[in-house]
Design a protein around this ligand. Sequence first.
Ligand code: CA
Length: 89
Amino acid sequence: MFEGETAFAGRDLVRDFTAGETINIADVLSYFGYVAGTDMLSDWVQITYAGNHSFLEVDRDGTGTTHTFTDLMYTENYSTLAISDLEVV
Ligand SMILES: [Ca+2]
């Protein structure tokens, strides 16, 4: 569980993520104003890949222009993280 207030204090590393686990970012998203069912998740969350790692990025104002996608965390040696691995509500 990532807390909205501290989520961007530093990029977190989830070292031991394995398939079947989930990452709960619901608190982060709601803190920054994401409304499930109204906002498009793809405007708020994206996953990019580099090497063996997956990077979970959040745009903390969605379609707003103040912020862009920023790394929230990454999974070391897990390169297939998917949106479906996330709990967003
Ligand atoms: Ca934005």
